[in-house]
Design a protein around this ligand. Structure first.
Ligand code: CMP
Length: 198
C-alpha cells in the first residue's frame, strides 16, 4: 500500500445541490485527505480538453455541456492507495450499478450527472492533477496522522503536544516521517503507560 495523490471533481449537479460538504465528508471518513482544492467554472472548451480522451464517444458533447453548466470543485486527494480508494468511495460510473453507500449511488442523478469524477490510474492522476493545479497549490505536508491506539490513552495536554509536533514535522508519505512517527508514539506510549493504571 503506497501513499498516492489523485484528482477528484465534485461535478456541477452536486455543487448545485449543496452536496460538496457531504461528499468531502464521505472521502475524509475513509481516510482521504484534501491537499489542494478550488471551486471553478469551466468553459465548454476547457471541459472538452479535460475529457479529450472521450472525444469520439457519443456522450462527449453532452458531457462537456454538463461539466461547464455550473461550478465544480476540483481537489487533490492524498492517502494510501488513493486512486483506487477514491473510485471505491465514488462507486460505478452508472449510478444504477453503483454499490449502496457510494457517492454515486447516494447522490448521482444519471450516468452524465453522476456527481463525482476520480482519476483511474497513476498516470491519469498525474495528468489530471497538473491540468488543474500547479505544484505550488498542492500541500506538501500531511493532515495530522490519526494518532490511533496510543493517542486514546494519552492525557489531553500530551496528546495536543504530540499533534502539534506531528503537524510541524511530518511530511506525508515520506519514509522519515513514518519512522519519526513510529519512534515518537512508541516512546510516549512507554513513558505514559505505567502512570495510567488499569
Ligand atoms: P467520469 O468518471 O467523469 O468520466 C467520464 C464521464 O462521462 C463519466 O464520468 C460520465 O459522467 C460520463 N458518461 C456519460 N455517458 C457515459 C457512458 N455511456 N459511459 C461512460 N461515461 C459516460
Amino acid at each position: 500500500m503506497s501513499v498516492e495523490k489523485t484528482l477528484s471533481i465534485i461535478k456541477p449537479d452536486a455543487v448545485k445541490r449543496d452536496l460538496t460538504g457531504k461528499i468531502i465528508a464521505m472521502l475524509e471518513e475513509k481516510g482521504l485527505r484534501v491537499v489542494a482544492q478550488k471551486k471553478i467554472l469551466l468553459s465548454k472548451e476547457q471541459a472538452g480538453s479535460f475529457y479529450a480522451v472521450h472525444r469520439e464517444r457519443p456522450f462527449f458533447d453532452e458531457l462537456c455541456e454538463f461539466m461547464s453548466s455550473g461550478p465544480i470543485v476540483v481537489q487533490v486527494l492524498q492517502g494510501n492507495s488513493a486512486i483506487e480508494l477514491n473510485r471505491e468511495i465514488m462507486g460505478a460510473t452508472n449510478p444504477e450499478q453503483a454499490e449502496a453507500g457510494t457517492i454515486r449511488k447516494v447522490f448521482a442523478l444519471s450516468m452524465t450527472e453522476n456527481s463525482a469524477h476520480g482519476s483511474d490510474s497513476p498516470e491519469t492522476a498525474r495528468e489530471e492533477i497538473s491540468f488543474f493545479f500547479s505544484g505550488l497549490e498542492i500541500l506538501q505536508f500531511c493532515h495530522p496522522i490519526r494518532v490511533s491506539v496510543n493517542n486514546t490513552f494519552l492525557p489531553f495536554p500530551l496528546r495536543n503536544s504530540l499533534k502539534t509536533l506531528l503537524y510541524k514535522r511530518c511530511s506525508c508519505g515520506s519514509k522519515s516521517s513514518s519512522i519519526f512517527f513510529a519512534v515518537l508514539s512508541s516512546a510516549i506510549f512507554i513513558i505514559t503507560c505505567p502512570s495510567m493504571g488499569p
